[in-house]
Design a protein around this ligand. Structure first.
Ligand code: PEP
Ligand code: MG
Length: 572
């Protein structure tokens, strides 16, 4: 038995036999052709392209009505590639000029194109390299007569294992129990699609996947981001029991959807959802979320050739706002930079240390045209429900003043156009930088609400890069320094009568609930999958008991630090 570790994309546990799906150019025929046979090779290539186009069209036609919109878009990208002269015409040229067979010509051309894409300093175009390889691979399979038909055997107990898996292949195998993929990052197209299919999925498993053979027994632990290969019977038994327990727990939790979120002693607590794409708002509402506490708008901007325009953004924001039917929808302005960089071609930035550079609000204020477009789109969407605008990564109060000025200008521009919007849309700020927490009273006075981003707050307080594996064990949102900053922010909110939420991952961990309540938190925002688990914990908690928990955690500096002067009376 051995295990392979990767990136967690979708939780849950899948147990079954591996189906190893080949990707890449495996064993393709390479031979020279006579001058008189070249036309035949070109026509073979054209027929294969036609056949793959038909396959993709077929897939698109059979997409279920509730398939994510990205699925269709991804199929379109692959269809376009089948016509791309850089791939197709150039491969034909190779047949004619180099006297080589169709497979060889296509493989050479796809390889060259992919390596050109791969060298570009642009996350979106780099991702296109794997699209080129995936499309070419499909054509090569047809040329070599080994194209797999849509799998019709039962995939119910099959875990698809692939070095790389194109979105189209993922759809082909959508009935599988889970997906283990070697390549890709968490914002790759394949990951986005896997999330929408809601099957256990782990990506970024790397080269070790090569050791998995077809029909091996495997366990895909989407909760831990691990693939176990060849588990013995006792391990399998353990995982079967966990899978049943997880399933039962999820089913049992659904009865809580309509139960109001209150502590055992009746204190009402708001549970909001974090979403990355507008379509997820619907799911959040079905799970009973009180609102959207964080819509990470930057996901609309990633994996793009061009930035989304005002109309496209307006549609996306309106979709989320209308889905929530009057409940608050907090849309964060573009938090771009660091690990969510825009393609180099779209910015002139060269940041020596991107996490401390022109990220989030700093970027937006430096690029007012981009920011104004987003603000206008948000304002236009505001009249369809209950919008709140959230500014990420504040450190200076003048960033709020400048944002307000730009918001005013955006309103002015809309008035000139005769467009309707809600002029009283609340403006909030994220507390993610220690400076903002320490100066929280300034921000509480200037803004309508605050939201604590504990992922970044812990990163910047502890000087731990949140994306760096080698220091991951030191990333600790329970560090007393981080807790103290949270407490200071909550206190400022209470003093100035401004609501404060926590929208970092911490808010979705049931074990931290008592602590955060004890610190005075009354609004939590989390991934929709955590909503019911947190609600279950909430219903069992008595508020009185939470304050001592928080006091003990704050005093965790090893001493008897007395924070009473700073935090006032209960809640802390
Ligand atoms: C955070 O930093 O806690 C947060 C919610 O924002 P993000 O994770 O998107 O940086
Ligand atoms: Mg953040």
């Amino acid at each position: 038995m051995f295990s392979v570790h990767g990136l967690q994309v979708v939780g849950g546990i899948a147990i079954g036999r591996a189906r190893v799906v080949k990707a890449g150019f495996t064993e393709i025929a390479r031979y020279h052709v006579e001058a008189g046979d070249r036309a035949f090779e070109v026509s073979r290539l054209q027929r294969a392209l036609e056949s793959v186009r038909g396959e993709i069209e077929q897939l698109a036609r059979h997409l279920p009505a509730d398939a994510p919109s990205e699925a269709r878009a991804l199929l379109e990208v692959h269809e376009l590639m089948l016509e791309d002269p850089m791939l197709v015409a150039a491969a034909e040229r190779r047949v004619l000029d180099e006297f080589i067979n169709a497979e060889w010509a296509l493989a050479l051309q796809a390889d060259e194109l992919a390596s050109q894409f791969g060298q570009l300093d642009d996350a979106y175009l780099q991702e296109r390299a794997s699209d080129v390889l995936q499309v070419a691979d499909r054509v090569l399979k047809v040329l070599s007569g080994s194209a797999e038909a849509r799998p019709d055997t039962s995939l119910a107990d099959t875990i698809v294992v692939a070095a790389d898996l194109s979105p189209a292949d993922l759809l082909n195998y959508r009935d599988a129990a889970g997906f283990a993929v070697g390549m890709g990052g968490v914002v790759s197209h394949t990951a986005i699609l896997a999330r929408s299919l809601n099957k256990p999925a782990v990506i970024g498993l790397g080269e070790s996947l090569r050791l998995v053979r077809g029909h091996d027994w495997v366990v895909l632990d989407g909760e831990a981001g691990v693939l176990l290969v060849g588990p013995d019977e006792s391990v399998l038994e353990g995982y079967r029991a966990r899978r049943v327990a997880l399933h039962e727990a999820n089913e049992r939790l659904r009865v809580l959807i309509k139960v109001p979120s209150r502590t055992r002693d009746g204190v009402r607590i708001e549970l909001h959802a974090n979403i990355d794409l507008p379509a997820e708002a619907q799911e959040a509402r079905h799970l009973g979320a009180d609102g959207i506490g964080l819509f990470r708008s930057e996901f609309l901007f990633l994996n793009r050739v061009e930035l989304p325009g005002e109309d496209e953004q307006f549609e996306a924001y309106r979709e989320a706002i209308t889905a929530m039917k009057g409940r608050p929808v907090t849309i964060r302005t573009l938090d771009i930079g660091a690990d969510k960089a825009l393609p180099a071609r779209m910015t002139s930035l060269v940041a020596p240390n991107p996490a401390l550079g022109q990220r989030a609000i700093r970027f937006c204020l430096a690029e007012p045209a981009i920011f104004l477009t987003q603000l206008r789109a948000m304002l236009r969407a505001s009249r369809f429900g209950n919008l709140r605008i959230l500014i990420p990564m504040l450190a200076h109060v003048h960033e709020v003043t400048q944002t307000r000025a730009l918001l005013e200008r955006a309103m002015e521009q809309l008035r000139e156009r005769g467009e309707a919007f809600d002029a009283a849309v609340p403006l909030g700020g994220m507390v993610e930088v220690p400076a903002a927490a320490l100066a929280a009273p300034w921000f509480a006075r200037q803004l309508d609400f605050l939201s604590i981003g504990t992922n970044d707050l812990a990163q910047y307080t502890l000087a731990i890069d949140r994306g760096d594996q080698s220091v991951a064990a030191l990333f600790d949102p329970l560090h007393p320094a981080v807790l103290r900053l949270i407490a200071l922010t909550l206190r400022a909110g209470r003093r100035y009568g401004k609501p404060v939420a926590v929208c970092g991952e911490m808010a979705g961990v049931p074990e931290y609930l008592g602590l955060l309540l004890g610190l005075g938190l009354r609004q939590f925002s989390m991934h929709p999958a955590n909503l019911l688990r947190v609600k279950e914990a909430l219903l069992a908690i008595e508020m009185d008991r939470t304050v001592p928990v928080a006091r003990a955690a704050l005093a965790g500096m090893g001493g008897t630090a007395d924070f009473s002067g700073i935090f006032g009376s209960a809640p802390i």
